[in-house]
Write a protein that binds this ligand. Sequence first.
Ligand code: NAD
Ligand code: 6OD
Length: 525
Amino acid sequence: MKCLPGETRCSGTCSKDAVNCHSHCLVSAWLLRLRKPAGDLVKLIQNYIDGSFVPGKQEFADINPADGTTIAKVTAADEAQVGGAVHAARLALHGEWGRLAVRERAARLHKVADAIEKRFDCFVQAEVADTGKPVSLASNLDIPRAAANFRVFADLVKMAGLESFQTETLDGANALNYAVRKPLGVVGIVTPWNLPLLLLTWKVAPALACGNTVVVKPSEETPATATLLSEAMQDAGIPHGVYNVVHGFGPGSAGEFLTQHPDVDAITFTGESKTGAAIMKAVAPTVKPISFELGGKNAAIVFADCNFEETISGLSDAVFLNTGQVCLCAERAYVERRIFSAFVEALKRKAERLHSGWPNDEETNLGPLISAQHRDKVLSYFRLAREEGATVVTGGGVPKFGDDRDHGFYVQPTIYTGLPETARCVKEEIFGPVCHIAPFDSEEEAVSMANDTKYGLAASIWTSDLKRGHRVAQQMNVGITWVNCWFLRDLRTPFGGAGLSGIGREGGMHSLNFYSELNNICIRL
Ligand code: NAD
Ligand code: 6OD
């Protein structure tokens, strides 16, 4: 693995491998961190605008959630630089990128996927350092999915057809209607920190496949892999200005500068519901297409006839994967009363066997939360649950390690029972490794409790009776329902949420339709 361009001092031509390079190379910094004491490896993560890495006007710290150390400084784009990125993206629409045939665009997107795979370890280490997630998760989910996002949408756009109609009007005229697909233009993409590269590429890949150019604003907590992706774009021959990255925060910073910018043609956003509301206000004056993937308070319904072992294993993932920081995680489980006690006991045992280790330890399957601020929020819900009358089955606090992890942002995997359905801990998204389990007596009651939420992202149903699986799944007021599985993804399927969980659907043709402007052409025959 060689040094990367884009750093303040590295030209990108350094011949040393990452571990031996002492220049200010982004990825080598993280690899070296594994061997050197903290504090001497502060690197600079820059914006990527019109094919160049540029420093911004203000710096902020990129913190490693596993031990609270600063792993890099990030330089935030000011309003003029965000405007510069939008301008570069506008010009690039009319350059080489705009003239490419669809098959050539698709070929370049495959090359982006190749470039991600070539730098696989760099991406994995960058994601692990930024998020504290277990290396096994970054290597098996986040980074492979990022490459897959480019491959799937590259292939799909080549196959995509559009509807046509032969029309006979009442007065006997004949016409042929057919639609053509054009890019929307400059797409602004704002993303969160929980699955940083996976969620960013989930939007960048279809946007580029449809011929758009993009300005992305990754989360301030996880700036690294979006920046590394710039280098994959360069490797793949994506022209300057097609992919731009601006760093910073939300209000009064790069997020707001981008979403308010009048020359951005569409906004696609993943994050909290209340941020979605703020962005809706920001885009309203210029009336542009929006796609929102927002929060959730997802339910799992477990029937007594489920395969018990498989359900415990599936639910353990659904509650604790990525330390519960997946929008699809189940924070509410409804379990048929006959198996309630056995189920609570088995999930407790599973939770207590999770290993909260260093992220780069292969045995680790529970990392820290993303930040001190987020941990404060999760701990405040742990306190609230007690005040609301919960029984703490397990967890509810902070683990003690006796090493530098005590400066990180870990919490214990936590299970509660005994809360009323009206409790705030049952109603509000916590976004941590926590679940409330309640018993039910009838299918109707389970459906009614699961649907009693303002969110509507995902649900999972666990039963051996497939007829019941279909019946219950079809009554869920959500965008995605899994039966006897969770987070099993086919990227061609619609993805999104109802209610507070989002607006619109992405995935497969839904993404291609969002990222395209359709022009219907009617020809009188
Ligand atoms: P967040 O809303 O705080 O931040 C997301 C992004 O929005 C960040 O880049 C942030 O800087 C930016 N932002 C914040 N305020 C802004 C503003 N006023 N204008 C423009 N940009 C702004 O979310 P988060 O804490 O990063 O992520 C966690 C949340 O995301 C959870 O609620 C989770 O459920 C949700 N999420 C949803 C999905 C989904 O697919 N539905 C996926 C992942 C995460
Ligand atoms: O798998 C996906 O495509 C996707 N958008 C997952 C979202 C996970 C939320 O944290």
